[in-house]
Design a protein around this ligand. Sequence first.
Ligand code: MG
Length: 390
Amino acid sequence: MSDVRSITLIGSTGSIGTSTCSVARESRGRIRITGLAAHRSWEKMRDQVLEFRPDHVALVDEDAARKLRESLPAGIDCEIHSGADSLRHLAALPDTDTAICAVLGAAGIPPVVSAIRAGKDVGLANKEALVAGGAFITHLAREHGVTLIPIDSEHSAIFQCLRGERTEEIHQLVVTASGGPFRQFTPDRLQTVTRAEALDHPNWEMGEKITIDSASLMNKGLEVIEAHWLFGLDYTDIRVLVHPQSIIHSMVEFRDGSVIAQLGIADMRTPIQFAISFPERWEIGYLPRLDLAQIGSLTFEEPDMDRFPCLGLAFKCGKLGDTYPTVLNAANEIAVSRFLADRITFLDIPRVIEGVLETHDSLPASSLEEILEADGWARSEATRIADRVS
Ligand code: MG
């Protein structure tokens, strides 16, 4: 492997995308960005193009791509792509080692599939791809000899704990959860929480959608499904543990009773860099080091599935399999966007999802078409139910 890793960054203007740019900036030339892709934030994209000088850029929105083209000074030598297929195209660029897939939601599935088909290693920050299409995507990755390197902090932790270990010697995975901003709220208080309160996460700075998912514990539920597919364990062997300090990012318990944990400060640049430097580890001098004496104590508690029903719904859908997780994910995306628009309450989120699940006729989820069909059905059903609720 050469000293310089070339990456294509799909979803470059979002939270993970911006952090990945920061990792590349600090890498002292070890990371070369050959492609940048996003939906429509052309001004952010222009700054990134001027800084990183990629060979290819994609903006899905045609109008935004035109604005980007017009705003770039002469002499910037980069090909600008646009349209619905442009993300897939960028994910498969020939001179790229790793595709970092950081597009939010189900929209991020096609680029992941395209990167795998092109034989790229995938730095996977889009958890919805594995939730909605886990069987299909992991099968495809095996077929193409592609490594899926998780960027989600919990899965990066488990991935690191499992280096050199055997899957059959695992007793259980312990996925840690901060518990979110409402960890200690009573059921009554949960009825009146606002958008602003839900967006105020105690430990992590993230995009809006995932921050709401953290408050409802749906994020942890989606991560359980993600862990099932990434590491090939049954749902009965995956446990969620609330750990409010977010220092232990997750653990693996082996059959001899040994538990291996991965610890670190709560900064996404660590798992992002690891996904790019893997199997090496690089200096990361610009981040503070973990100081456990200063933190003092680490605490743990059981998650409360009564107050946070989204977590239970995710376990249930994971166990049911087929397109149930696809539908869970899509219905959640709609419900969260309605909550963010102040159209439904926080506790309506699981109600909308449950309503959609009740009428779902599942499919095997063995092709991209089936996955996208179930996804589309769940979105319109969730929209219908959310309209009735609001
Ligand atoms: Mg996470």
